[in-house]
Design a protein around this ligand. Structure first.
Ligand code: PEP
Length: 251
């Protein structure tokens, strides 16, 4: 049995003051929902303040990216151990990073290995663009992202990572995939190639989340699918009532 997980990706939203306010609003209800693993991923500037508020709360804290090098002359970058001091999770390969910041399967792989080596749990995003979807390339693109982005893991790490299937055309657009559509991609183009890489045990152990315009009103459709273990939530993670509706729907 895989425990459901709902992770909020705040993207480039919330000052420290706004982040503290939202966490204080969320905490009582979020803490009460122990049937779901709950994670928040604030921007780097708010990570310390949020992590302090979440200490011993049972709620996970994560970053939205990291760099693979341990330290040195990499202006603007954040090292794995800097994140590991403050949280347990890190989102890697989000489509916005692939689209706007040149992230590739190769850089995703380096980041995944660096995160795992310091004990962070990566939430690795994969998904096809609208053009790729419409030209019938979903399988090619998603399986390539899995093969190239997730190679070289140890057996223990292969059973611990989290994958988020986020069709790019559904992120922040209000156009969610249907539950069965997302489930089919996850079963056939994510778990199946992953099983070929790391075996059935690992492919059945890992949690695969859906992401892309998840809201309280459509969350149950995804959570009712056998291969979907929760959600990575962008826009709807920025307000207490919206986020709690989704978290509670996953229970
Ligand atoms: C995301 O940022 O990972 C995401 C899925 O965004 P949204 O929920 O806003 O579509």
């Amino acid at each position: 049995m895989r425990k459901p997980m709902v992770a909020g990706n705040w993207k480039m939203n919330k000052t420290v003051a706004d982040a503290v306010k939202l966490i204080n609003e969320l905490l009582p209800e979020l803490q009460a929902q122990t049937a779901v693993d709950r994670v928040v991923c604030p921007p780097f500037t708010a990570l310390y303040s949020v992590s302090e508020l979440l200490k011993n709360s049972g709620i996970g804290c994560g970053a939205q990216d990291l760099f693979w090098e341990a330290k040195g002359a990499f202006t603007g970058e954040i090292a794995p151990d800097m994140i590991a001091e403050l949280g347990e999770y890190v989102i890697i390969g989000h489509s916005e990073r692939r689209t706007y910041f040149g992230e590739t399967d190769e850089s995703v792989n380096k980041k995944v290995l660096a995160a795992l080596s310091i004990g962070l749990t990566p939430i690795v995003c994969v998904g096809e663009t609208l053009a790729e979807n419409q030209s019938g390339q979903t399988e090619t693109v998603v399986t390539r992202q899995i093969h190239n982005g997730l190679k070289g893991l140890s057996t223990a790490d292969a059973e611990k990572i989290i994958i988020a299937y986020e069709p790019v055309w559904a992120i922040g657009t209000g156009l969610a995939a249907t539950g069965p559509q997302a489930n089919q991609v996850i079963a056939d183009y994510i778990r199946k190639p992953y099983a070929a890489m790391y075996g059935d045990v690992a492919a059945q152990a890992i949690r695969v989340l859906y992401g892309g315009s998840v809201k309280g009103s459509n969350a149950a459709e995804f959570f009712g699918q056998p291969d979907i273990d929760g959600a990575l939530v962008g826009g709807a993670s920025l307000k207490k009532t919206d986020f709690m509706e989704i978290v509670n729907a996953a229970a």
